[in-house]
Every structure is written in C-alpha cells, then in structure tokens.
Design a protein around this ligand. Structure first.
Ligand SMILES: [Zn+2]
Length: 755
C-alpha cells in the first residue's frame, strides 16, 4: 500500500553542484598518501595483480573519492568513525544553498539530473530526434505539453497578475458548501453538511476529517480496495508539544489571514506581526484543533506497523463508529459509477485509533472551529500556486523550522521542474531516459540486482534462528520478488510517444497556472479512483524515472529502481564492480531486505499479508530485532540547545534492518562476481593502496555523505523512519563482519545480525 512503501532515502533535498562539477572542483586531497595496507588474504582467491583503470570515468571517480575523504584521515580510525573518515572532505567541499536544509550525495545527484531536465525544458524540440513520422509528431506534441506546464509555472508576472483571485474564488465556493454559521433555511442535517464538505474538500486536494485513496489490498494484492486515513496536520506529530513552534505557527497563520483580508502582498521582511487580534484568535483555534488531531493520530512507528494499520471494516461498522458523518455517502460521492458502495462494502481503516476518536472530536468541536480548520487547509494547500509575495509568512515559518535562511526560496526553475515531474512525470521521464539511460546500464543494473537476489536466497540456509520450513518459504519469496529497473514500460510505456500521448490525452493544460494545478489533481484523482473497477495494475510505478531513490512495495512484492539513482557515484557500468555493488548494490539489497524486515516479513511469497513463520522463528526474529533497537537507540544527534537527542530505534527499525541486510547481501554478491572472474577488480589512480574490499565499503560510505542543518536533523529524528545519514554508515558497518575484516578492526564480530 502507498502508506507502507519503503523508500531508500528520506525527504527531498537539493544541492548546489552536480556530481560532475564537484569532481572537477577541488583537488587538495588528490595526492594524500594512503597508508592502509592491502591485506594478504583478500588476494588469495583471485589473481593479485590488479590492473589500474585509467579511463576518464575511473580518473574522475577516483578524484571524487579522494576529495571526499577527510583531509585528516590518518588521525581518524575507520573502524569507529568511518563517516568522518570517508565523508569529511565531501562535507567541506559542499555548501548549502540558502533554501537547503540538507545536502547529500543523493541530493547532489538529484541536482545533476535536474540540471539536465532544465536544459531540456528550456530548449527546443531536439532536431536530432530519433523518432520519425507519426511517432515524431506525437513526441513533439508530448514535448509541447511539458513545455506548457513548465512555461506557465515560470510565468511569474502572470501569476502575480491574478493575485489572490483564484484562491478567493475557491474560498467562496467553500463558503457555499460549509458556511461559517449554520443557515436556517438550508435543507439537510449537520451530518449531511459534514459529509458534503468532506467530499468537496477531498475533490479540492484537502483531507478534512478523513482522507481516502484506493490501493492494493494487503491480504489480497490483486484486488484494489479503498483505504481510509486520518485528517491532515501540518507539522510532525511531536511538534504539537513544542510551544515555541506552535507560537510561530499561529503567527504565520494569522499573518496569512492578514494578507488575505487586506489583499496586499508582503514584499519584504520583516513581516509585520498580526495587527488584528481576531485574526490571531482564529489562527489559535486552528492550531489548537490540529493539536487535538495530533493527539489522536497514532505515533509514526505504530502507524507503520501493518499489524496496527490493517483493519478491514465494513462501511456499516464505520458509520456506527462515527455517526456524525456518513462515510458511506462520502465514498459514494468519490467512487466511479459501477463500483457499488453500500454498508457491506469493506475498506481498510489505517489509523483505527483515530477513527475510534473521530466521533468525539466532531462532538466536542464547534462548527466555527471546523470551518476555520478546513479553510486553513485550503489556504495552505493552494497558496503554493500564488505569487511568492503572498506566501512570505508561511515560507518564513517553514524555513526557520528547518534551519534555513528565513526568506530563502529555491530558484523558480527548480520548483517548476518538480512541478512538471509531479504532473507529467512520464513525459519528463521519457525525455530523461532518452538522453541518459543506456541498454548497457539496464543490463548491468539487472546483473547487480539478480546477483543480490541470488546471494540473499543462498544465505538463508546459514541462518541459525530460522526453521527449515520458514527458510523454504523465504527462499520462494526471494525468487518471487519482481525487480523493476529504469523506467515504466507499460501503462504507459515511456519509450512510446503514442502510448504517452494517449495516457495524458485527457489532461488538458492551458496558460492558467492555478487552473493547471486543479486540472492535474482532478485528472490524477479520476485515474486513481477508476482503479477500483479492475484488478491491481502491477505495471505501475510509484516514482518517476529521474528520481534518485528506490522502494519496496510489500503487497506487490516488487523492488523498484528508477534510472535516476543508477548514476555515478552510486552506479556506472564502466567503473570497477565494487563501485556499483557498494553503492547501487547496497540500495538493491536494502529494498530486497525490506521484504524481510519487521513489517515486510509479514507478507508471504505472493505478497499477501499473513503469518507464514512458525512461532519459534518469529520469537527468535523478534529477539534479534531488539539488538537493532538498542543499537540505534544509543545513537544521538545534537538538539537545538546542544542537548543530546536519541535516535528512535523502534521507529527506524525496518530501515535499519534493511540497511544492514542490504550491505551484507551486496558485499557477498560482489565477492561472488569477483571470484567468478578469477581476478581482482581494477584499481583506481591514487587509490592503489586500498584493497578491492576496502573500496567496496568506501563506495558504500560515500553514498551516505551528508550535511544537514540541526533543525532539519531534529525533525528527521522525531518523525522519519530513516536514521540520520551518518548512522546509516556507522550502524550497518558495525553490523558487517566483512567490513571489520577488510579494515582489520580489533573487534571482528558483527554487533547485530539478521540477514
Ligand atoms: Zn528503506
């Protein structure tokens, strides 16, 4: 299901230099003498005479790695501080843009991909297109559609011209559906009104009181089922206990009300404080209500657990649970004709605790508060398509919260590329793969993933905590895992201009930027809800092809790797194998291991959510996971006042299991390939003294180099299921006996182990 898909990388972050430019930059670490000795046993099974790779690709990569090492590396023990050892140079060489809250190897690669997309969208249709005839005509039409989306986003003068009008129109419509004061002559009950407004909000991109979306049924993956979830709140749950944050949030809302009521943009800082106390009172009502919801929604680690979140309920049961709103009627309004909705229809209620409290929430909340909350959700959602002068209070609040410079915003073209990626992702993806993704890349990607799958399956027989019957099923499950690599090839096929053209044919864009946003959402919603009329479409991807990330989808038992992540420094088919296996291979292993983390392991060989382990194996597995919980609970980051804040070992458990299992599998996969070749992988210029094994771990560690502002780091620790990047180096390496052997560390045993 959407909510439980496990991605490799947290958040969305952007950075100033592309990888290519970063490698062409500083040279000061290039000639540092490396004192690490090649270990004897590493060369026993293969020919010890490693060739030196001197191609441009190898030279660039070697230089990049040397630049990434700590300038002070000889004083650092790689066994305990591999994050600093391998990343301090990288951290020093990369500077935040004002609007960035973090900067990482993957965000630098994202930037590089984005630069390329920028050139495409600023350019003309390519004169050297490989398409001919009708295909070229359609490819050109697709290109023009992307350009329309991009150009209307870039036309800031026009956006400024329409000012607040489209948002005001939307708020007027809302007022018709749910006026602030009950109207005596209005037909129908309060319940009818709440049902109608919940529907209207969902159709206008807002989850008011509840949200809903169709997706694969975890217990019957080929069936599409409706999932229901809680209302939206703006901040991570844990922030609703922080009074300073809430005060700033309240002020930002009040200031936005002021902008809306005066119609005047705020051009420059400092933003005046609210002048009108009734606006402040209104803002406070909204924040208090969000706090009430925050108290009632499950903790993120609870919500991420399928045992908590998979609750099949009939609509009859839900309507009894929440008598103040007709969930049945709400879904009737949203589902396509031909999909019968009645009291016997079952849905999944993800956050069942919230639904248990929803009746009480509605009973104890005034109409006015609900009205103000719904209105605020509309404002915050749709103000993204207003001119930036109108949104200064919100921008400033968010920036400060994330440790960014208060008035910073990304260059407009960066936002507009994200926008095209959101609305026309397959078109942008098609343009991207035409230019950057080769058949050779695809073949090498297949090889890495198949190798990782094979060794993961082979290794099962060595696990002493798993019963033979469970091992047999696990091996079957590994075999069944479907890898998707590069880009979507069906519904639509990104290689086919006519397929793409047909796919987007009903999405009609104009020169109206605000209107295009609404049209795009309605088009996507229509597609999603029509999924209810057919079996689960297994060809779909949850990420676009230029994305630098990957994911595992439990009910579909699939691991998905967009072309965007299959680039240097994670992957390159012309670099020595240890580079791609230590980087991309570890990501492949990570996603595969998600099939066997504390959540994914509850899905069987066919992706069905059901218990398939015997009790003893389950008990031993759970005991072993406690080692990971304890290990990561002990890691700390610096809080805002310099205090130590602990990583949440339970919240991050699935990701930590996946990181360690993924690294182990990638190493074994690479080692097998090296052994089969009968010789060492080529050495790299300037890195000759590092063994192949050490370079494998260098590639792994480098992939997680990151710098992050402390406010953003704190937010991540409070709410993100991924551990901070430096812990994603330290934890898995502490859990890797292969790493300890490669670096001749005093402690040889893995701290925690599972897969
Ligand atoms: Zn993950």
């Amino acid at each position: 299901m959407k909510g439980l898909v496990h991605a490799a990388i947290a958040g969305a972050v952007w950075s100033p230099t592309s990888w290519a430019r970063a490698t062409g930059g500083l040279t000061r670490h290039q000639h540092i003498p490396l004192t690490l000795e090649r270990r004897e046993e590493s060369s026993q099974q293969v020919d010890s005479a490693a060739e030196l790779c001197t191609t441009t690709k190898c030279r660039d990569y070697a230089k990049y790695i040397l630049d990434s090492f700590s300038p002070n590396y000889t004083a650092i023990d790689p066994c305990t501080d591999f994050d600093k050892w391998s990343c301090d140079g990288w951290t020093a060489n990369h500077q935040y843009r004002p609007e960035q809250s973090s900067l990482s190897v993957s965000s630098v690669l994202s930037d590089s991909n984005r630069d390329m997309l920028h050139a495409i969208l600023e350019g003309q249709y390519p004169a050297n297109s490989t398409f001919t005839g009708q295909d070229q005509t359609l490819d050109k039409a697709n290109f023009d559609k992307m350009k329309t989306a991009y150009n209307t986003c870039m036309a800031e003068d026009k956006i400024k011209e329409y000012g607040l009008n489209p948002l005001q129109d939307l708020l007027d419509d809302f007022e018709e559906v749910f006026p602030m004061k009950a109207e005596r002559d209005r037909e129908g009950s309060y319940k009818d009104e709440l049902t109608a407004v919940a529907t209207w909000l969902q159709k206008n991109q807002v989850a008011g009181l509840l949200s809903s979306s169709p997706g694969a049924n975890d217990m019957s993956p080929d069936e599409v089922i409706i999932g229901l979830d809680a209302s939206e709140i703006q901040l991570p749950k844990a922030y609703y206990n922080k009074s300073v944050v809430l005060t700033n949030y309240t002020r930002a809302i009040a200031q936005m009300y002021q902008v809306l009521s005066s119609g005047d943009p705020i051009d420059e800082s400092p933003i005046p404080a609210w002048k009108n106390s009734s606006l402040f009172e209104k803002a406070k009502r909204v924040v208090d209500f969000e706090k009430l919801i925050a108290d009632k929604v499950a903790e993120p680690e609870v919500k991420n657990d399928i045992k908590y979140s998979y609750n099949l309920k009939t609509l009859g049961e839900l309507d009894t649970l929440v008598p103040q709103i007709s969930i049945q009627q709400y879904l009737k309004n949203l589902a396509p004709p031909g999909y019968p909705i009645d009291s016997k229809r079952t849905v999944i209620a993800y956050d069942i605790g919230y639904f248990g409290n929803l009746s009480e929430i509605i009973k104890t909340t005034s109409r006015q508060t609900l009205h103000d909350y719904f209105e605020w959700r509309l404002i915050i959602t749709h103000s993204e398509r207003l001119h930036s002068n109108y949104t200064a209070p919100v921008r400033r609040f968010k920036n400060v919260l994330n440790g960014k410079e208060p008035d910073a915003s990304p260059l407009r073209w960066r936002s507009c590329i994200s926008e095209v990626d959101d609305s026309l992702g397959h078109l942008l993806g098609a343009a991207y793969i035409q230019r950057l993704f080769t058949k050779q890349d695809k073949a090498r990607g297949d090889q890495v993933i198949n190798d990782v799958k094979r060794v993961f399956g082979d290794n099962l027989k060595y696990l002493d905590w798993m019963s033979n019957s469970s091992k047999a099923v696990a091996a079957e499950k590994v075999k069944n895992i479907i890898p998707k690599i590069g880009y979507q090839v069906q519904n639509p096929n990104e290689e086919s201009p006519s397929d793409l053209n047909q796919y987007y044919t009903n999405l009609r864009l104009s020169a109206d930027y605000f209107g295009n946003g609404q049209a795009g959402y309605k088009w996507a919603q229509n597609k999603t809800w029509h999924d209810l009329l057919k079996p689960t479409d297994r060809t779909q991807w949850g990420m676009t092809s230029p994305t630098v990330n990957a994911y595992f989808n439990p009910p579909l038992n699939e691991i998905v790797f967009p072309a965007g992540i299959m680039q240097p420094p994670f992957f390159n088919s012309e670099l020595p194998n240890y580079v791609s296996y230590g980087g991309f291979g570890a990501t492949a292993g990570h996603e595969l291991t998600h099939g066997f983390d504390d959540n994914g392991s509850k899905y069987d060989v066919n992706g069905k959510y059901r218990e398939w382990w015997d009790n003893e194996t389950t008990a031993k597995f759970e005991a072993k996971t406690q080692c990971f919980v304890k290990q990561y609970n002990e890691y700390t980051v610096e809080g805002l006042e310099g205090e130590k804040v602990h990583v949440n070992g339970k919240l991050t458990l699935p990701e930590n299991i996946a990181d360690s299992g993924g690294l182990n599998a990638a190493f074994r996969a690479w080692k097998d390939r090296q052994t089969a070749s009968g010789k060492q992988d080529p050495a790299l210029p300037g890195l000759e003294k590092l063994t192949n094994e050490q370079l494998f771990f260098v590639s792994y560690g480098n992939g997680w180099c990151e710098k992050v502002r402390k406010e953003a780091l704190l937010s991540q620790v409070l709410s993100d299921p991924h551990s901070p990047a430096d812990k994603r180096i330290l934890g898995p390496l502490a859990n890797s006996a292969d790493f300890k052997k490669a670096f001749n560390c005093p402690v040889k045993k893995a701290t925690c182990d599972l897969w």
